[in-house]
Write a protein that binds this ligand. Structure first.
Ligand code: XMP
Length: 323
């Protein structure tokens, strides 16, 4: 019968048998799937696994540290971190089209990841034969069906496998649903923030800035997003909402008044949604006092933001993300 303990034991035995004395690489995205997959493989083969984390500079506040420190502390995993923030910023310079942004981020990500792989192989030799992926059961069904809905936006899965790579795949979560993955992660002792992390897109904050992505805008959005997350958590609402994108309208300004003077700043959009599977969604009816606290704090604490607006659109017609 199904218990997280059984799943873990079964997978650990199977992975050991499969890998033998070879080595494996796993890309970490900061999300729950890759973290649990890596933790399972780590439990099975220890230092024969090397994890790679590409820091594209588009993560939310504290998330890279969560991977670098908390995840490593919890699992003892061997981690190679590549700081590629500048490279991504350069590649995104002047780009405002959403699809263009997604393509650039996806392309750069694969390049950086492949280079890290090549370095690991140079280091560890041909024993590196396996690539770990956090593919879930719904992903298997979706990609195997071939009749799925049209791809509305080009989805970039961090850790996605480039087609010309000839690794053998280890996909220890292939039979699991998301809630089961979280249970396994919990049992493996992973940090709460990772196990219960809400969905976050691979291209990160890059597609939550409407307009060009710059370092200053990313820093600003990171602050606003951190405040929204903090207040939602403090209000005990994390489990009620599916996710809450926080979006910076970087090319829009509106007039405001703060202190003694007129301001001309940017709006921040809150996009809290409830959903079962992200295919459809409804806007979350958050308590007014929570919205009010978030708005007051963001306009007081984040420079150049003088307005906070709430997105009250369902999906369809709106997508969850703004880009
Ligand atoms: P949309 O905006 O299409 O988003 O309603 C549906 C869900 O997918 C997430 N999302 C992504 N996840 N790579 C990802 O891994 C992506 O490129 C990407 N784009 C959107 C989004 O956050 C929501 O949960």
């Amino acid at each position: 019968d199904w218990t997280t303990g059984n799943v873990i034991d079964e997978q650990v035995a199977a992975i050991r048998e499969l890998v033998g004395d070879k080595r494996a690489i796993c890309g970490l995205s900061g999300g729950v799937d890759s973290a649990v997959a890596a933790a399972l493989v780590q439990k099975a083969i220890g230092s024969q696994l090397t994890c790679v984390y590409v820091d594209h500079g588009l993560m939310r506040k504290g998330e890279t540290e969560q991977v670098e420190k908390d995840f490593v502390a919890a699992t003892g995993v061997q981690l190679k971190v590549v700081d590629a923030a500048e490279r991504f910023l350069n590649a995104l310079k002047g780009v405002t089209d959403p699809e263009e942004k997604r393509k650039i981020i996806g392309r750069e990500f694969i390049r950086v990841f492949e280079q890290a792989q090549a370095e690991i192989i140079a280091d560890q030799g041909p024993a590196v034969e396996f690539l770990v992926q956090g593919t879930l059961y719904p992903d298997v069904v979706e990609s195997g069906g071939g009749t799925g809905a049209a791809n509305i936006k080009s989805h970039h899965n961090v850790g996605g496998l480039p087609e010309d790579l000839e690794f053998r795949l280890i996909e220890p979560l292939r039979k699991l649903f998301k809630d089961e993955v979280r249970m396994v992660g919990q049992e493996l002792g992973l940090p709460e923030e990772i196990v219960h992390r809400q969905p976050f897109p691979g291209p990160g904050l890059g597609i939550r800035i409407v307009g060009e992505v710059t370092k200053e805008r990313l820093d600003l959005l990171r602050e606003a997003d951190a405040i929204a997350r903090e207040e939602l958590t403090a209000a005990g609402l994390d489990r009620d909402i599916w996710q809450c994108p926080v979006v910076l309208l970087a090319d829009v300004r509106s007039v405001g008044v703060q202190g003694d003077g007129r301001t001309y700043g940017h709006p921040i959009v809150l996009r809290p949604v409830s959903s079962e599977d992200a295919m459809t969604a409804d806007w979350s009816r958050l308590p007014y006092d929570v919205l009010s606290r978030i708005s007051t704090r963001i306009t007081n604490e984040v420079k150049d933001v003088n307005r906070v607006v709430l997105d009250v659109t369902s999906k369809p017609p709106g997508t969850i993300e703004w880009e």
